[in-house]
Design a protein around this ligand. Structure first.
Ligand code: 4NP
Length: 150
């Protein structure tokens, strides 16, 4: 799960998908395309919306996406097209490029919608982000269950 700062959207995406996939043999992680917030915990507004939905993301720490992530992970979900394009810059093979997807194309196929950056807004923006990611992650989980025959 990849956004810009790895403090607002992608920590929520990581927490939501990990909670849905506890019964599956998958590793869920997140990272940012920028280095601005490396080492920081998630934004308190992300922690809050996760908590009231029963998900603890407080122990996550921001890190920057690395070239090796493109090799190590099978699926890479970008929160918006700017991040999508920056992720692709780290990919060196067609196999790596094919792993990179826009997360909201799971719930709105082909529409290339962005998970809006909630950083400069209020709590409402974080609730919206949570709901968008919850819907998309539910569909990702369904696909993974099929893939693992669970
Ligand atoms: P994120 O949100 O990419 O969802 O973590 C942001 C966090 C920080 C900034 C921008 C977006 N920033 O400009 O510092």
């Amino acid at each position: 799960m990849v956004c810009l700062g790895n403090i607002c959207r992608s920590p929520l995406a990581e927490g939501i998908l990990a909670a849905k996939c506890e019964h599956l043999p998958v590793v869920v992680d997140s990272a940012g395309t920028s280095a601005h917030h490396i080492g920081e915990g998630p934004d308190h507004r992300s922690v809050h919306i996760a908590t009231i939905n029963g998900i603890d993301i407080g122990d996550q720490r921001a890190r920057k996406l690395m070239k090796s992530d493109l090799e190590d992970f099978d699926l890479i979900f970008a929160m918006d097209s700017a991040n999508y394009n920056n992720i692709l810059k780290l990919a060196s093979t067609d196999e790596d490029r094919e792993k990179v997807k826009l997360i909201l194309n799971e719930s709105s196929p082909g529409q290339n919608k962005a998970v809006p950056d909630p950083y400069y807004g209020g709590d409402q923006g974080f609730e919206n982000v949570f709901n968008l990611l919850d819907e998309a992650c539910e569909l990702v989980k369904n696909q993974l269950e099929k893939e693992f025959d669970v």
